[in-house]
Write a protein that binds this ligand. Structure first.
Ligand SMILES: C[S@@+](CC[C@H](N)C(=O)[O-])C[C@H]1O[C@@H](n2cnc3c(N)ncnc32)[C@H](O)[C@@H]1O
Length: 318
């Protein structure tokens, strides 16, 4: 791609160190994360465990806290890497994400939001790009709804999103967030989630779905079978609003086959409204990887590898 909104050479070094292929999380995010980690007495767990290891989320408070301490920064890194795409490996993902969050009212659904990594990384990355004059700073109002099955994760996400709100405001981004308990296997809870998201966005310029790191749960065939009809509802309603969907997973065999299956199903449901930017329908996801700086212990680095699938309205050009 030639004329990107954010040409890789314009990415500030505070986010991407090109010679070292090193990703750094936005300062607004690392500050909020460090404060939240300290408030929860999780500093030892965050520093002494290898990043991006440990439980992939869970319902119990203990599993959720350990996930927050060990996996939160890797989840953020994957989302930030998708938005920046510094190695130009993700087709038009960066243009679609930056275009979606360029201004106006946007209704965003983050599922499963866990402790809030995805939306927090996306919005603070946009704020940093605005702060550094890499992209225009038009007023942007984000109505963000996060859904997850873990009440404890929802509490942490609520606190974290509240912490980043003032920093976003300095870059003309107004964040209104709400969280709700949601079970992907349960039809009534999915209908509640969708109706809340759609009502919040009745006058939005764009509906946006960010789905990330769900293959640990949905990658098993029994969970996927129980969740399938709810996922179909999500895609169908996303289709009626011409929503833009970004699905991000780590690079694993399970995530690869999960994304292929998900894509095949989504395209069947919303054939008229969506397309994908993949040239190969058998491989609907693009991949990228880099090294990431640990947000709490700067010398520490770890690998970030993502697979990404996008669904968008047929006629929208990024
Ligand atoms: C690996 S985490 C990903 C969270 C977040 N997207 C991120 O990138 O950090 C997986 C999340 O799925 C949630 N989860 C597990 N089973 C679920 C279900 N049946 N319905 C909704 N969420 C579920 C867990 O509570 C956990 O927060």
């Amino acid at each position: 791609m030639t004329d990107r909104y954010l040409p890789p050479k314009k990415i500030p070094t505070s986010l991407w160190d090109s010679p070292q292929t090193l990703l750094r999380l936005p300062t607004q995010l690392t500050t909020a994360y460090a404060t939240e980690i300290e408030a929860r007495n999780l500093l030892d767990a965050a520093i002494n465990n290898e990043p991006d290891t440990g439980p992939t989320g869970g319902i119990s408070p203990q599993e959720t806290e350990l996930h927050f301490a060990t996996r939160f920064s890797g989840s953020c890194g994957r989302t930030a890497l998708a938005a920046l795409d510094p190695k130009s490996e993700l087709r038009d993902a960066s243009d679609r994400i930056i275009g979606a969050l360029s201004g106006g009212k946007v209704s965003m659904l983050d599922i499963p939001c866990g402790t809030g990594a995805g939306a927090a990384a996306l919005l603070t990355t946009i704020a940093t790009l605005r702060e550094q004059d890499c992209i225009p700073c038009h007023p942007l109002e984000v109505r963000l709804l996060g859904g997850d099955n873990s009440p404890h994760a929802l509490q942490i996400a609520n606190s974290l999103w509240t912490r980043i709100t003032p920093a976003l405001r300095t870059q003309a981004i107004t964040l209104h967030h709400e969280l709700m308990k949601w079970d992907v296997k349960d039809e009534a809870s999915t209908v509640d989630l969708l109706s809340k998201w759609l009502n919040k966005g009745h006058d939005s310029r764009l509906h946006f779905i960010l789905a990330a790191n769900f293959s640990g749960f949905l990658g098993t065939s029994s969970n996927l079978k129980n969740a399938q009809s709810q996922l179909n509802h999500i895609f169908q309603w996303a289709g009626t609003r011409a929503a833009q969907t970004i699905w991000i997973e780590p690079q694993t065999n399970i995530a690869d086959s999960f994304l292929s299956e998900l894509y095949a199903n989504a395209i069947k449901r919303v054939r008229r409204l969506f397309t994908t930017s993949s040239e190969n329908p058998l491989k609907p996801h693009a991949k990228s990887e880099c090294t990431q700086q640990h947000p709490l212990t700067k010398p520490k680095r770890f690998n970030v590898r993502l697979s990404l699938m996008m669904l968008d309205h047929k006629e929208r050009t990024p």
